[in-house]
Design a protein around this ligand. Structure first.
Ligand SMILES: Cc1ncc(COP(=O)(O)O)c(C=O)c1O
Length: 389
């Protein structure tokens, strides 16, 4: 789908490198999420940690119920630009965090009872002063792993995320009205089914004490083949059995396959094989490629050896590992060629850095019926300098 959506996009006039977000792909994802919301009766929040391009918030907020934030800054962005529910979870908060969050968030989710006890009086005090009602929740650790990649598995041994059942006090604080967990990463509804079972086994005495349960993110709902019927059934059954509101907070599913990173070939060097050096940097612009790791797709390419010309593609930085991977093309690459990396809306713009002083990619939006993306933002030396002193 990504390839056909990109067809017709005119990348020639774009600055390089440049993220291009595809409005029609976002709309496609939103239609799927709208149907999940309507069929199941759940509420769906956008996880800003994954995708925070606020230019498209007016579009996203037509379907989604709000955002979930991981910090005071994300919560403020959500409050200022999204304008619906703001939920916040962080592994720990400082006194200043709580003060700021009490002006922006609607739901504050804690990661320990020590933080609940420490900050509940402050929240109550600020709630009175600010005239804003803030609901409190806790994140549980269901102690049920579905993840294959340990750094993306919040239920891995030694995880600091979520309160385990044995960490619960004898008396559950009456101020807590929400239960939250997050244990999935790019997974299907069968993983959620097993997780719900684990939560129901471990926390059956806690669920009745709260008003809502947030099933977290990691639901790959908009990926072709995802079992939407099972997801809807699980939510409906949970709501019926426990009489609780259910929320989901996906990031990836909202902007999956909805963006490109357009880069330009700057040079071709010959080492053990041809290596094309582009103006996009893997650690600075698509760090998940190294973190996960995975090999991002480039439009028109095939796996090494599957087309006549194979070369390695790397970035301009000093890091030896600034390499996207090896790719095969119909013809040898040339200086000036455009490389269009797919699925680059998620966990990219929100993670960019200026290591080596590399140019931050511009941000553009391809409107539903257009072929020429509109350039929304460009970055320069001042953006690099302003983060240093
Ligand atoms: C607490 C929480 N909620 C939601 C998400 C969003 O997950 P995804 O983008 O995989 O849907 C994450 C991702 O790490 C998370 O940690």
């Amino acid at each position: 789908m990504t390839e056909c959506l990109h067809t017709g996009m005119d990348a020639t006039a774009l600055p390089s490198p440049c993220f291009v977000v595809d409005e029609s792909a976002l709309k496609h994802n939103l239609e799927i999420l709208a149907s999940v919301r309507e069929q199941s009766g759940c509420r769906i929040l956008l996880a800003l940690k994954c995708f925070a391009m606020f230019r498209v918030f007016p579009l996203l907020s037509k379907t989604l119920d709000g955002i979930c934030a991981s910090s005071p800054h994300e919560a403020r962005l959500g409050r200022e630009e999204f304008g619906k529910e703001v939920h916040t979870f962080a592994a720990a908060y400082s006194h200043n965090d709580i003060q700021e969050l009490c002006t922006t968030t609607d739901h504050l989710v804690f990661n320990s009872f020590a933080q609940v006890n420490r900050f509940t009086p402050l929240v109550a005090d600020l709630t009175r002063k600010n005239g804003r009602c803030i609901k409190l929740g806790i994140r549980i650790n269901p102690e049920h792993s579905e993840g294959a990649v340990p750094i993306y598995d919040p239920c891995a041994p030694g995880s600091r995320l979520g309160i385990r059942k044995k960490g619960f006090p004898p008396h559950f604080p009456g101020e807590i009205t929400g239960l939250h967990w997050h244990n999935l990463c790019e997974q299907d509804a069968d993983c959620l089914e097993r997780t719900i079972k684990a939560v129901e086994e471990g926390f059956s005495d806690i669920i009745p004490r709260v008003n809502y349960v947030n099933f977290g993110g990691g639901h790959h709902i908009t990926r072709p083949g995802y079992d939407i019927d099972l997801l809807v059934k699980l939510i409906q059954e949970f709501k019926k059995k426990w009489g609780k509101e259910v929320l989901l907070e996906p990031g990836e599913a909202v902007a999956l396959n909805a963006g490109f990173l357009v880069a330009t070939v700057l040079d071709i060097v010959s080492a053990d094989m041809d290596i094309a050096i582009m103006d996009a940097s893997v650690p600075a612009h698509m760090p998940d490629v190294l973190e996960m790791p995975y090999r991002p797709h480039i439009v028109g390419s095939a796996p090494p050896g599957k087309k006549p010309y194979t070369c390695r593609i790397g970035g301009p930085s000093c890091l030896a590992g600034d390499v996207a991977g090896e790719y095969a093309f119909d013809e040898p690459l040339k200086v000036g060629d455009k490389l269009i990396f797919t699925d680059m809306a998620i966990y990219t713009m929100v993670k960019t850095n200026t290591f080596n002083g590399v140019q931050l990619p511009a941000i553009a939006l391809l409107s539903e019926h257009g072929t020429c993306p509109e350039i929304i933002k460009q970055f320069g030396y001042e953006d690099f300098k302003s983060r240093l002193s």
